[in-house]
Design a protein around this ligand. Structure first.
Ligand code: AMP
Length: 399
């Protein structure tokens, strides 16, 4: 394991923190500060220890260009409202002016750097750029789980220039929750999977079939599984990945062999159109006519899923049950979110794997009701699939 931020000696030192401030902006203001709030434990701890902090993040995909709409200035402004310390904002993340600002930063104050990805060197993991970033500080902390599955200058390249480096509270918490969930879950352990596609979740599904007691599949991906099942091969115009049918059949077989209870939808909310005022019908899966698409799980499926969830002690949820962005297709996703909140109150550990499921929880105002919501969709998928996260591994290396 890498060091924890608590193992560092930081009094009077300059600490570079790679944070994940890739947040949505709306008219120049932070629209959702979940990631900023999540970064506070590490920031507050290090300030108490007498350090000065240099915070760096990317925001959006400016692709090496200076894009004013993707400036981190609104993030620095929001942080200043949340933290009891002076927050300065640097006009860039490298360069002489920034180096001077970092040099002059007093203990107990924060300097937020401009978007790392205004330089293509960041995602290229460029050595010279890494060296320049590293020169700003004495100690390195990574607390950015959302990008931990990528090897960039700010989370991999620059780490080799530091004697003292560690994972922050958030990164450690994310990894603890997700690794524990999959390696040492209180049972029954139930996984709820959804989202549009099976692609991208293949390794995850295989691994889950090894460790879960129940796997509940909803969302668009359920139709590939339903099509792969010879009893249920007529799914109308629903989303089916023809090139994943064989894989889905393998997962079904794997679950049978391992005694995993794999539950697919028995009914769905269907429509001919994906739009806010779409006309919908609720039908058994096999009742789908050729031009109907299944766009949410139906009430009978919700009931079945709920009865499994009621008995679960650990639940991992990844991916919406339907096109939850639109009112006619949000009921299934809302039902799962509500059930997770209910069983959390009764003592179950409920973990939401970031991305769309986290967005859904937020949309329904239920984001405080689960045990842990990951700040990183892609990173959580990779970690749960059993891959190493390059940024976490880099913290283990010597200078
Ligand atoms: P993913 O990126 O694979 O996690 O998928 C997330 C997206 O899946 C969301 O934007 C949902 O709107 C979409 N989705 C969920 N259920 C369905 C469905 N039955 N048909 C088509 N898209 C869906």
């Amino acid at each position: 394991m890498p060091k924890h931020v608590k193992d560092l000696n930081v009094a009077g030192k300059k600490v570079f923190i790679r944070t994940d401030y890739n947040v949505p902006l709306d008219e120049g203001k932070v629209a959702d500060d979940f990631r900023i709030v999540s970064s506070l434990p590490t920031i507050e701890y290090l300030l108490e220890q007498g350090a000065s902090l240099i915070l760096a993040s990317h925001l959006g995909r400016p692709k090496g260009q200076r894009v004013p709409e993707m400036s981190l200035k609104p993030v620095a402004d929001r942080l200043a409202e949340l933290v009891n310390a002076k927050v300065h904002f640097a006009p860039d993340c490298v360069g002489e002016a920034v180096a001077t600002m970092a040099e002059d930063l007093p203990a107990g104050e924060i300097l937020v750097l401009e978007n790392l990805r205004f330089h293509a060197a960041e995602t290229d993991n460029d050595a010279a750029f890494s060296r320049k970033l590293a020169a700003l500080a004495d100690v390195y902390v990574n607390d950015a789980f959302g990008t931990a599955h990528r090897a960039h200058a700010s989370n991999v390249g620059m780490t080799r220039f530091f004697d003292q480096k560690a994972a922050g509270f958030l990164l450690m918490k994310e990894i603890d929750f997700l690794v524990n969930a999959i390696e040492n879950p209180a049972r029954p352990f139930t996984v709820v999977m959804g989202g549009s596609k099976v692609s991208g979740k293949i390794d995850l599904l295989k691994r889950l079939a090894d460790v879960a007691d129940n796997i509940l599949i909803g969302g668009g991906m359920a139709f590939t599984f339903l099509s792969a099942n010879p009893l249920n091969n007529d799914v109308g115009a629903s989303l089916v990945e023809e090139d994943r049918l064989e894989f889905a059949a393998d997962v079904i077989k794997l679950c049978v062999d391992k005694g995993v209870n794999l539950v697919l939808p028995s009914d769905c909310t269907a429509s001919r159109e994906i739009k806010e005022d779409a006309e919908v019908v609720e039908l058994p899966i096999r009742g789908l006519e050729d031009d109907l698409m299944g766009l949410d799980i139906g009430r009978r499926t919700v009931k079945t899923f709920n009865s499994v969830l009621d008995d679960s002690k650990t639940v991992l949820w990844n991916g919406p049950m339907g096109v939850f962005e639109m009112t006619p297709f949000q009921n299934g996703t809302r039902a799962v979110a509500e059930k997770l909140v209910e069983i959390t109150k009764s003592g179950a550990v409920t973990i939401v794997g970031g991305g769309d499921s986290a967005a859904a929880l937020k949309k329904f105002g239920l984001d405080k009701g689960v045990t842990h919501t990951s700040t990183g969709g892609g990173a959580s998928l990779e970690l749960l699939s059993g891959y190493d996260l390059p940024a976490f591994e880099a913290l283990k290396g010597a200078k």
